[in-house]
Design a protein around this ligand. Sequence first.
Ligand code: ADP
Ligand code: MG
Length: 249
Amino acid sequence: MPEVVLAVDGVRKSFGGVHAVDGVSVALERGEIRALIGPNGAGKSTFFDILTGQLRADAGAVVFRGERISGLPPHAIWRRGISRTFQITATFGTLTVLENVQVARLSATGRSLELLRSAGHQEVGRSAELLAQVGLLEQADRLAGVLAYGDLKKLELAIALANDPALLLLDEPTAGMAPAERGALMALTAAIARERDLTVLFTEHDMDVVFSTADRVMVLHQGRVIADGTPAAVRADRQVQAVYLGDDL
Ligand code: ADP
Ligand code: MG
């Protein structure tokens, strides 16, 4: 039996009268790469916020590697091995590329204050390794603020890997990138995930990227899962086609 890394049961979240996430249940297996797709406002980011502890669910349970994590604060969930990147890029522009990863490494090992005191030598080896994995080692000493957009996305990936996660959540990782770059970034992400036996859940609007990267695809519509299966099955699903009517599925 494959190991279930994440088990979500009946999670709900409303904002006023809007049922953003309306009873979502899902199980993610170790090593699988799952896409979470759905039109704007479907509830994808809200669902991610619940998984990472940024938002507290109104109902339901999230179990990660056998432990109930619903209600834990974000840093506690991050320490347990769930990492995420955001729809909006979040890096320190005035730190170097390497320092950005060092901060994340120190934070993951509970030593974030040390860097402020002795800015510099901690976690250099491990951080450089992460930069090498995402193809950014040559830019280690540049300020993050001057990176090209595509490289910034790679830096975010390195930062997200810094706590050695078991589950990586990527919210529109290729947003704002040129189509050709998108496929390359997701291929890189998938290769790293396969190597580490990492479970990945990602949202993405580019259907070419979704169908070429994901082992499974789940579709969210108005806070509910309306389809969940292989890329081929989801592509052929009539309800999914109706939701995406006019789009190139
Ligand atoms: P997606 O990421 O799929 O585009 P979201 O999770 O961002 O969707 O949003 C789902 C629904 O919840 C939308 O109707 C959105 O307007 C609403 N929503 C999300 N966050 C908030 C919030 N903080 N306050 C009020 N409404 C919100
Ligand atoms: Mg979103």
